[in-house]
Design a protein around this ligand. Structure first.
Ligand SMILES: [Fe+2]
Length: 433
């Protein structure tokens, strides 16, 4: 195998080790449903193997199905998450054997494909990018499940750099066009394509995500009890849910506590706020006299290099994220303190856009002009419309392989079990522009 294929083989090993580490637990924990929002962990485990079988072995490799009878059980569109525990899914031991059997044949396909050939699944090893990113995304979902389970001691933690980088609160982005989306990132999903010109008026965007200290001030100011700050749908959610703080927060006297992977701890006031839904982010922004950035504003501030007139793969450039640039890949099971990554700043000087928390944007999940679904409609196309808001940037749980300035995530505006936060923006006044 050449260097390119060796690197892909190493990525396949790394992501599988990650999935196996998250499912090194008693069988009971793996088969139980910890929340109706989530699948049992053992479903995710076999599903990533089944997806790998469908796409790498069958579609790209032309290999006869290994277990066609289980396809239906692992089709995410046939069975909503809440119904998955009642399906006759594979048990933990059988699931591990099945995904191991698939993986044994996957390396043969990797060896055989021509990354420079005409087949769009083979070109640049796209199909391997598809399954590697897919498995990392399920690993992040498994972490959200483990967080909901409140089982202690299952998720490792690690060290992060201290915060506190100096700089202005907001960054000014002058009016002008930029290229949104991509036609050059080989593993980009269909929803990130094609690259297209977007002309934006001038705006301001926060240098850092909104932190726990600022968010606690919103709570203390009665933000959850004042309908002025909420959209009608958001206020409805607020009343139905009785939410009065981010998910997993509780108050003890004058101190906010949170439960993180089963461990209670005081809320660190210097971290980006996490586990808020879109309605909460939107209400906070209105209370603060601001608004959420649109997806285009977020991407321009993150990836556009105005002096070079080109888009970067990451805020700092095209080099891989190192430990000094972003908090990715589950180095620690939490966001890094605000200002921990001055070396990860974008061309405009905006920090912590990649890693730490997924950032809610104001935008609905919609196709770019010229969108074409690939390799299947159910990846993106069926989600376009009014039901989902876009999140950007990737959390501490996202892997570098599944993160870039153009990457689009989406979810319902009520969801907050995900590792979600936000930053604010505002339009420039005519004098500023
Ligand atoms: Fe999936």
């Amino acid at each position: 195998m050449n260097d390119f294929k060796e690197r892909i083989a190493a990525e396949l090993v790394a992501v599988r080790n990650r999935s196996l580490a998250y499912t090194e637990a008693e069988d009971d924990l793996l088969v139980r449903q910890h929340s109706p929002l989530m699948s049992p962990l053992v479903w995710d485990l076999a599903h990533v193997g089944n997806y790998e079988e469908l796409w790498v072995l069958r579609e790209a490799g032309g290999i006869t199905p290994l277990r066609p009878e289980i396809d239906d059980l692992y089709d995410a569109f046939k069975h909503p998450r809440k119904d998955r525990p009642s399906l006759p899914i594979l048990g933990p031991g059988e699931a591990r054997r099945y995904i191991g059997g698939v993986r044994g044949r996957v390396l043969d396909v990797l060896d055989a494909i021509d990354p420079d050939g005409p087949d769009p699944l083979h070109r640049d090893a796209f199909v391997f990018g598809l399954v590697i990113q897919h498995e990392h995304q399920h690993d992040e979902t498994m972490l959200a499940t483990l967080q909901l389970s409140r089982e202690p001691g299952l998720v490792r933690d690690g060290d992060l750099p201290p915060g506190g980088s100096a700089g202005a609160e907001e960054v000014f982005v002058p009016a002008g066009p930029f290229l949104m989306g991509t036609g050059t990132q080989p593993w980009a999903y269909d929803n990130e394509r094609p690259a297209h010109r977007v002309d934006l008026p001038a705006y301001w965007i926060d240098r850092l995500p909104v932190g726990n200290l600022a968010y606690a001030a919103f709570i203390d100011d009665g933000g959850y009890d004042d309908p002025r700050w909420w959209t009608p749908e958001g206020w409805h959610w607020r009343q139905e849910s009785h939410a009065c703080a981010p998910l997993f927060w509780t108050r003890d006297g004058g101190t906010w506590w949170r439960t993180r992977f089963g461990r209670p701890e005081p809320v660190p006031m210097d971290e980006p706020v996490q586990h808020v839904c879109w309605y909460e982010a939107d209400a906070y922004a209105r209370w603060a006299g601001r608004r959420l950035p649109t997806e285009a504003e977020w991407e321009k501030a993150c990836g556009w290099d105005p002096s070079a007139g080109r888009a970067r793969k990451y805020p700092w450039g095209d080099d891989d994220p190192g430990p000094g640039r972003a908090n990715l890949g589950h180095r620690a099971a939490r966001p890094a303190p605000l200002g921990a990554f001055p070396a990860g700043a974008s061309a405009y000087g905006v920090e912590q856009m990649i890693g730490d928390v997924w950032e809610w944007t104001a935008s609905l999940f919609l196709p770019y002009p010229g969108f074409r679904s690939f390799p299947y409609r159910e990846y993106s196309e069926v989600f376009f419309g009014k039901d989902y808001r876009v999140l950007r940037g990737g959390s501490w749980a996202a892997d570098p392989a599944a993160v870039r300035t153009t990457f689009r995530n989406w979810d319902h505006p009520i969801r907050r079990q995900i590792f979600s936060g936000f930053r604010c923006a505002r339009s420039a006044t005519p004098e500023q522009a």
